[in-house]
Design a protein around this ligand. Structure first.
Ligand code: ZN
Ligand code: ZN
Length: 372
């Protein structure tokens, strides 16, 4: 009896191609043999699902199946009473789950990636990124800065130029996989044996191995080395930000591309200024007479130097005055925000007899003015 492929996939007879594909992906995820190592039925289920999908995802085969309830020998299915032969179905092709997963974009699904079939191309491994924390001053964060940092990282081995080969020697064909990069092993199922293909553990899929390994890097193509890197910290960075320096991470294995260097920023507290966004804040104290009469004071700037600030007569405690364009910066913004100067008016705590006298007189004078 022919199988009901629609039932196997759990879709209706008028399911669209999209639905069929979506359902198939779900079933692949659910029945992947890696997830059901102890369940001998999981490969059987997957075989059925694959068979059904192969049939229903192909418009011609699907039309033929819909019409005749079976598909001829070319279709490799519908063998009547004899049932379905797993080996026939795959006709010597290896049963490679990773290919299925890749075809459907299952790339990074946990452990599956480990057994992903490799080509010579992806034996080249991108070097790892490096994280490097640094502390900078508030001034450096506002104005931007350059830093020289010393890091230990993987460098391409100069003895073998990253190949991992002992100089003057070459590759030999991998004896484990005979150059194919894959190894096949037979697995038993109730349908009989079928073949599982995995990446060769000896050559990691390259198909060849060093005849003799470079003694300097032990065949990896990279060596640890100290390196000084000049990094540019852009103006406006704040604590918690990361600055990426492309291509300054670890050298890749087997001539793979370099990783990146990430500078993790911590901005130290400044004794004078506080920062919020693109604004800087500075607090200064003036005496009561100066607040009353008005004055000009010198305000320090984060970049160094001073700016004169006019404090108008009658300035109250906690008045905020603005110096335009002398604040901080946001990353990517060339303009600087403002510097806010908070004026605190001092009430004197220790007075000389003469000061006491004068203030007394002032008080009397002000009482008289109020009463008159
Ligand atoms: Zn080397
Ligand atoms: Zn091999």
């Amino acid at each position: 009896m022919a199988k009901d492929y629609y039932k196997i996939l759990g879709v209706s007879k008028d399911a669209t191609a999209d639905e069929i594909q979506r359902r198939y992906r779900e079933l692949v995820m659910k029945n992947h043999p890696d997830l059901h190592k102890d369940d001998p039925n999981s490969s059987k289920k997957m075989a059925e699902v694959n068979e059904a999908y192969e049939m229903l995802s192909n418009p011609e085969k699907r039309a033929q199946y819909d019409r005749f309830g079976t598909v001829g020998p070319e279709g490799r299915a519908g063998y009547g009473a004899g049932g379905f032969d797993f080996n026939d179905f795959f006709q010597g092709e290896s049963f490679n789950f990773e290919d299925i997963l890749r075809n459907f974009g299952f790339g990074g699904f946990g452990g599956f990636a480990e057994t992903r079939q490799r080509t010579a191309q992806n034996v080249r491994q991108r070097g790892e990124d490096i994280q490097y924390p640094i502390a900078i001053t508030l001034k450096e964060s506002v104005l931007g800065t350059k830093k020289e940092i010393r890091i230990t990282r993987n460098e391409t081995c100069t003895v073998c130029d990253g190949s991992g080969l002992k100089p003057g020697t070459g590759y030999i064909t991998c004896p484990t996989c005979k150059g194919t990069g894959n190894v096949k092993s037979a697995q038993r199922s109730i349908f009989g044996e079928f073949i599982v293909q995995t990446t060769c553990p000896t050559c990691h899929g390259l198909g060849k191995i060093a005849k003799e390994k470079c003694s300097s890097c032990r065949g990896t193509g990279v060596v640890r080395a100290q390196k000084t890197v000049e990094v540019t910290i852009p103006a406006g960075v704040e604590t918690g930000m990361r600055v990426r320096i492309r291509g300054e991470g670890n050298a890749g294995l087997h001539k793979g591309p370099r990783g990146d260097l990430y500078i993790l920023i911590r901005v130290e507290k400044d004794p004078r200024f506080e920062k919020a966004g693109n604004k800087l804040y500075y607090t200064t104290r003036i005496t009561f007479p100066k607040a009353a009469l008005g004055t000009t004071i010198q305000i320090p700037l984060i970049e160094g130097g001073y700016e004169k600030l006019k404090v108008p007569a009658g300035t109250q405690n906690n008045t905020e005055l603005i110096i335009r364009g002398k604040g901080a910066r946001l990353v990517g913004d060339r303009r600087r925000g403002d510097l806010t100067v908070k004026i605190q008016v001092d009430v004197p705590t220790r007075l000389s007899p003469k000061e006491k006298n004068l203030i007394k007189k002032l008080g009397e004078l002000q009482d008289d003015q109020k009463n008159s």
